[in-house]
Design a binder for this molecule. Structure first.
Ligand code: ATP
Ligand code: MG
Ligand code: FE
Length: 341
């Protein structure tokens, strides 16, 4: 089965073709980072408009790369939610219109299930069951995954997501958007030990997270350095280092706790923040001590992409699921509402 995947939940237009027999055939992404960078975050209306501009040429390109005519598509998977309503509408409308013309089924995919399953596209995919750490721009969740659609939420952020914290900290440091990659890069020049940021909610039991306090801590540290006239490039790097350490260590502590709590030996990390090298290394070190293993996607499939949507949609289509005709994106959509496969 050849599935066209369409991702338009936020500021990336992602298109891919996944073949259930042959694997990923082609994928392409148009990132709107440059459009939103000057605002320091995603402007929803600009996002929708750009998806409209990009989506059809990108589909043409991916089909061309996959050496596939439109009539060779067996089904279309698109991101139904969660995400920005206008951006979701673009992907849903194109998917439904194309499917109507081609007389093929569609399936509306949960964006976070897409992220969660992205590591399945790698050569050495994880086996069920596993604990998943979803760390993206809008979510920080620990989920016990028994199979596709069998998700038990173990814990989540009570305020900001980890990726959001990276983005906001970067803004306070006067760095670009998105913040994750810039903070990670600058942190490599940072001095260990000059600053120490708190590890929120690690001193009490439980698997929930809180990252909004780190934002305040970052702001106070930046203001303090500016007051003393010591806010130079080295200080920026030292703050970036301390911030990243705090996030990484907090995530590692909670992942360890989750693995022990549910007695599993496989950890899957997914979402934009899972591209972070220091996080990957730290989780691998933690897992090795527990006799566990860590799995993640290649960096380009950690952030938003069409391949994960094509893959997740394909699994549900193979299990006999598909949508009824109609465009009903769900900007809010808790993953635990998903049905079992
Ligand atoms: P969601 O998936 O929750 O709807 P989103 O789609 O905006 O949110 P993703 O595309 O998965 O999120 O990830 C983007 C986030 O990942 C941004 O917050 C970005 O700063 C962060 N990020 C990307 N690369 C890195 C990195 N190397 N280190 C830390 N954070 C990173
Ligand atoms: Mg994005
Ligand atoms: Fe995402």
């Amino acid at each position: 089965m050849k599935v066209l995947g369409i991702e338009t939940s936020c500021d990336e237009t992602g298109i891919a073709v996944y073949d259930s027999d042959l694997g990923l055939q082609a994928h392409a992404l148009f990132s709107q980072v440059d459009i939103h960078a000057e605002y320091g975050g995603v402007v929803p209306e600009l996002a929708s408009r750009d998806h409209v501009r990009r989506i059809l040429p990108l589909i043409e390109r991916v089909l061309n790369d996959a050496d596939l005519a439109k009539c060779g598509i067996d089904a279309i998977a698109y991101t139904r939610g969660p995400g920005l309503i206008g951006a979701l509408m673009v992907g849903a409308s194109v998917a439904q219109a194309l499917a109507f013309v081609l007389k093929v089924p569609t399936i509306g995919v949960h964006h976070m299930e897409g992220h969660l399953l992205a590591p399945m596209l790698e050569e050495n995919p994880p086996a069920f069951p596993f604990v998943a750490l979803l760390v993206s721009g809008g979510h920080t969740q620990l989920v016990a995954v028994k199979s596709i659609g069998d998700y038990e939420l173990l814990g989540e952020s009570v305020d900001d997501a980890a990726g959001e914290a990276f983005d906001k900290a970067a803004k306070m440091l006067g760095l670009g958007y998105p913040g994750g990659p810039v903070i990670a890069k600058l942190a490599t020049q940072g001095t260990a030990g000059r600053y120490r940021f708190p590890r929120p909610m690690t001193d009490r039991p439980g698997l929930d997270f809180s990252f909004s306090g780190l934002k305040t801590y970052t702001l106070n540290t930046v203001m303090g350095a500016k007051d003393k006239d010591t806010f130079d490039l080295q200080t920026q790097a030292d703050i970036a280092y301390a911030f990243q350490e705090a996030v990484v260590e907090t995530l590692a502590i909670k992942c360890r706790r989750a693995l022990k709590q549910v007695n599993m030996d496989t950890l899957v990390i997914a979402g934009g923040v899972s591209a972070n090298i220091v996080l990957r290394k730290r989780l691998e070190a933690m897992a090795t001590k527990l006799g566990a293993q860590v799995f993640y996607a290649r960096p380009e499939f950690c952030t938003d992409n069409g391949a994960m949507i094509a893959y997740a949609g394909c699994q549900r289509l193979l299990a006999g699921q598909s949508d009824k005709l109609g465009i009903k994106p769900k900007p809010r959509w808790p993953m635990v509402e998903l049905s079992r496969v």
